[in-house]
Design a protein around this ligand. Structure first.
Ligand code: GTP
Ligand code: MG
Ligand code: ZN
Ligand code: ZN
Length: 251
């Protein structure tokens, strides 16, 4: 069950298969969900560090454009670094299917009644994907601007996607997500001419919650802002590489 909202975690499916452990393990897992999650997240983080893998956790409300941005990102990253995707949704494999059409490896986690991915599910998915050394791993979380904020998956950064149609006040109403993220992608910028939305106010509200957050105005449809997003990914990927280098040098 969800340590944030108390919803059930029944019916979890990873890559189409039911996720099963013994009942004793399930009960143990429920004793302290957040502590267990943090332990799984630490194991994921270690795996990513050892493999020089940049893991990014994309979080947002449903329909902000996470999968559309990922498809475009994968197309633009082609030939530069290996890309793998973990897709989280309550039901369907639509998003993993959309990602696979790009040629990237993707695995779908269906959380059933669950409202977020947890580090344990992601650990299984990453074991199945077996990403190559130096890869970029994108984790698309379940569309939900609340619970995924509380679950560390072992990622390097949470990236929050907010589309311009969602309202300027969203960072203030859902502060945990904007506090947890290092980057905000303000998507569907192509719609701005049709809306009465104050882009500067969205940014100001995000910065009010998290003064350190970086903000990129972007459109998966027209490609506006994609170059800046790819630069950000490149810098984050380089930091993973140099962290590994420092570790090795210290040994
Ligand atoms: N105009 C416009 N539409 C977009 C943009 N990005 C995504 N969309 C549309 O928004 C809708 C939702 O996009 P998805 O990529 O499925 O959003 P998502 O965040 O992955 O959705 P969930 O996984 O269901 O939470 C689709 O109809 C997209 O075509 C954009 O930059 N501009
Ligand atoms: Mg999606
Ligand atoms: Zn929840
Ligand atoms: Zn398991």
């Amino acid at each position: 069950m969800c340590g944030t909202c108390g919803c059930g975690d029944g019916d979890v499916r990873i890559g189409g298969h039911a996720h099963q452990h013994g009942r004793a393990r399930e009960i143990a897992l429920e004793i302290d969900i957040m502590a267990k999650n943090d332990a799984y997240a630490a194991a994921n983080r270690q795996r990513f560090a050892e493999g020089g893998i940049l893991a990014l956790n994309l979080v947002s409300s449903p329909g902000s454009g996470k999968t559309s941005l990922l498809v475009k990102t994968i197309e633009m990253l082609k030939g530069t670094l290996p890309v793998y995707v973990v897709e989280g949704d309550q039901q369907t494999s639509h998003d993993a299917d959309r990602i696979r059409e790009t040629g990237a490896s993707a695995i779908q986690i269906n959380t059933g009644k669950g409202c977020h991915l947890d580090a344990h599910m992601v650990g299984h998915a990453v074991a199945d994907l077996n990403p190559a050394r130096g890869a970029a791993l994108f984790i698309e979380n379940v569309g939900n601007l609340v619970c995924p904020a509380g679950f560390d998956l072992g990622e390097a950064h949470k990236v929050v996607v907010l589309s311009v149609t969602e309202g300027e006040d969203k960072p203030l109403k859902y502060p945990d997500m904007f506090a947890a993220a290092d980057l905000a992608l303000i998507n569907k910028a192509d719609l701005l001419p049709h809306l009465q939305v104050d882009m500067a106010l969205i940014a100001a509200n995000a910065l009010k919650i998290n003064p350190g957050i970086e903000i990129i105005q972007i459109s998966a449809l027209t490609g506006t802002g994609m170059a800046e997003w790819l630069d950000w990914i490149g810098s984050a990927h380089a930091r993973v590489g140099s962290a590994k280098h420092v570790e090795t040098a210290a040994e």
